[in-house]
Design a protein around this ligand. Structure first.
Ligand code: ACO
Length: 390
């Protein structure tokens, strides 16, 4: 058997995908052949979702119909809201999201129908309802009235409306929409790979998405954005960054939002998010969070170079923290918002895993492990009944 040289499957190609391409050396990302920078500038979340699910950009008419369908599916079943009202108000939004996604099965008669078209429809329902769920939980836990989705608003503006109880101005809605586009898909990252592993067992779309949400929640993956905001708040002032970064690195801790398993010359999404953060800071007349972020970035880069002899860059979670915070969003909702935006990517991968026509067809994931147990030698252990063990 091949010996493990590295951990975390770095550099191991486990399958083919037509959904997105990540070039870590050139700092490039594309969805279905379209560069992320162009999509961020010119596309919308709904159009990007269509692209991910249907493999092509929609015509104007197709997009119009798709937006209507998506908007019409936003409403949560009443049973879900009453369930939320019974939950402990301190429950973490990611735990609520993961568990309630599995509850949505009760309200979907096609939950276990395993055709491609049924899975496409379930994808649309999940993409439409997850934002409603995240916003509803935030309002329930704050004892605020739950806002019904507004079919007249786009995906991004409607989420902000359901969360804050008021329609955001156009610029904020557009910036938030760009954030959703930037997070929509990213090849075989930990949560997408999780979704594909679960899909490879032929488990349901809901089981796959629930598992992906769990994988996203960890602080080395999607959970990093919440930790970044905690760090910004803890530092509080740009003058304190230098000491803070050195202390963290001296203690062997990681600087959240910095570094990436694939991007070694910069994350293209982070550059766009940095510009949105800067713009929001200018608009607010308060650059505190943006300035602290920039200083953490430069300090971490120079310290990392000194200590490890290589460069490190901000990832997608780094500037999204200050962006969402300046949009008035609670830090523990940053990762659920990541889930809102990544759901189309997960769905596209689940469908590719289950229904790909390409050869070789995806198979049940079942890697091998190197057994490193050193118990009783090659013969194995002799079982001694519990009565004789003393
Ligand atoms: N701060 C300090 N040290 C770091 C950081 C960091 N942010 N990132 C990597 N390192 C160090 C590691 O400690 C390790 O040092 P060692 O060789 O002395 O043990 C070395 O760099 C390599 O680390 P790995 O985890 O093996 O390398 P990789 O580049 O694959 O790590 C990862 C990627 C896990 C994202 C890492 O950069 C990290 O932990 N970053 C902070 C958490 C974070 O922001 N996660 C979000 C990633 S983006 C996303 O998932 C959406």
């Amino acid at each position: 058997m091949q010996e493990t040289e590295d951990t975390g499957l770095r550099g191991v190609v486990v399958a083919g995908t037509k959904i997105s391409a990540v070039d870590g050396e050139k700092s490039k990302l594309s969805y279905r052949g379209y560069d992320i920078e162009e999509l961020a500038k010119k596309s919308t979340f709904e159009e990007t979702v269509y692209l991910l699910l249907y493999e092509t950009l929609p015509t104007r008419k197709e997009l119009e119909i798709f937006k209507e369908i998506l908007a019409s599916q936003r409403q949560l079943p009443r049973g879900v809201i009453s369930h939320l009202e019974k939950r402990k108000k301190t429950a973490h939004p990611m735990d609520v999201l993961q568990s309630v996604i599995l509850m949505l099965v009760d309200f979907d008669k096609d939950a276990r129908v395993e055709t491609k078209s049924a899975n496409m429809e379930k994808s649309i329902r999940l993409i439409a309802r997850i934002p409603t769920l995240v916003a509803a939980w935030d309002r329930v836990r704050k004892n605020l009235d739950v806002k019904k989705p507004d079919e007249g608003l786009g995906h991004a503006a409607n989420f902000q409306y359901m969360l804050h109880g008021k329609v955001p101005d156009e610029e904020i809605a557009r910036d938030f929409d760009t954030c959703l586009v930037l997070h929509a898909e990213h090849s075989f990252n930990a949560s997408t790979f999780t979704a594909r592993v679960v899909a490879s067992t032929r488990a349901s779309m809901y089981a796959c998405i629930g598992a992906a949400v769990g994988a996203l929640s960890g602080e080395l993956h999607g959970g990093a954005n919440t930790q970044v905001m905690k760090n910004l708040a803890e530092i509080g002032d740009v003058g304190r960054v230098e000491g803070w970064v050195k202390t963290k690195l001296d203690a062997g801790e990681r600087i959240m939002g910095m570094g990436h398993a694939i991007y070694k010359t910069g994350d293209p999404r982070a550059r766009i998010l940095a510009s949105i953060s800067e713009k929001l800071a200018q608009r607010a007349g308060n650059a505190r969070w943006y300035d602290i972020s920039r200083k953490i970035e430069s300090m971490t880069r120079s310290e990392f170079k000194k200590r490890k002899g290589k460069d490190i860059f901000p990832n997608v979670d780094f500037f999204s923290a200050s962006v969402y915070y300046m949009m008035g969003i609670e830090p523990d909702l940053f990762t659920p918002i990541f889930a809102i935006s990544r759901t189309p990517g997960w769905c596209a991968h689940i469908i590719e895993e289950k229904f790909a026509e390409a050869q070789p067809k995806p198979a049940l994931y079942r890697p091998s492990a190197q057994y490193i147990g050193k118990y009783c030698g090659p013969e194995g252990c002799k079982y001694i009944p519990v009565e004789e063990r003393g």
